[in-house]
Write a protein that binds this ligand. Structure first.
Ligand SMILES: *Cc1c(COP(=O)(O)O)cnc(C)c1O
Length: 220
């Protein structure tokens, strides 16, 4: 069943340049192995301890994406292996990722998480906050973190007009930051948006990374 679900989603992705992050939070390692054997390579988890435990049990070519809020004091638990932290929401966090990645002699990729949803509870940066970060001297000194794009979580709603507006807003943030701060940087190219219920719409609005859990693994 995992295989069929992955296959269906891969078909939705064909003809786009977007890739799938299989969101595996709360699911046991056996189900991750099943997804791996069916071809999934990018896995998303929202908790540090859970991700570290699973990482040690899966093949080394899995790309681990952290998709949940990350406290600075926990970066050290994933710095040795995490591929992308999709939830960068402060300069303080970026500086700690820099410090921990340097200890492991690695470069960790990061996406700036923006607040695009109507719900107050969904965290993330505003555009002015992100720009302040990108203009700071500290940001320019980073050598072990590479920002590769933006991420956002849309409102949990069936209202397609609202979802489209939110995805377009995130796309607009990406375009603006790309033009102003990363014009020559080919690595800055990701727009992470779209989940089980709304990824087809996100793909139409230019998503390059969809984060899909329940449509692959069933409800949590
Ligand atoms: C859980 C989660 C997802 C996946 O949600 P589904 O509705 O199960 O596809 C995507 N993004 C984030 C940030 C999540 O926490």
């Amino acid at each position: 069943m995992i295989r069929d679900n992955l296959h269906r989603i891969q078909q939705d992705l064909s003809g786009t340049a977007a890739r799938l992050v299989a969101v595996t939070k709360t699911h046991p390692v056996e189900r991750l192995r099943e997804a791996y054997e069916a071809g999934a390579r990018l896995f998303g988890e929202n908790r540090v301890q859970e991700m570290a435990a699973k990482q040690s049990e899966l093949p080394a070519d899995v790309q681990w994406h952290l998709i949940g809020h990350l406290q600075t004091n926990k970066v050290k638990y994933i710095a040795a292996f995490v591929h992308t932290i999709q939830s960068i929401d402060s300069l303080k966090l970026l500086l700690e990722v820099e410090r921990q990645a340097a200890r492991h002699n690695r470069v960790i990729e990061g996406l700036l998480q923006f607040h695009i949803a109507a719900e107050e509870t969904k965290t993330g940066l505003s555009l002015p906050e992100a720009e302040e970060m990108l203009q700071s001297a500290e940001f320019r000194g980073l050598q072990h973190v590479r920002l590769t794009g933006v991420m956002g979580i849309a409102t949990n709603t069936p209202d397609e007009d609202q979802l489209r507006r939110e995805f377009r807003q995130l796309r607009g943030y990406f375009d603006k930051l790309k033009a102003l701060y990363f014009p020559q940087d080919e690595a800055f190219r990701e727009i992470s948006m779209g989940m089980s219920s709304d990824y087809p719409l996100a793909l139409r609005e230019g998503s390059t990374l969809i984060r899909v859990g329940s449509a692959i693994f069933g409800s949590r």
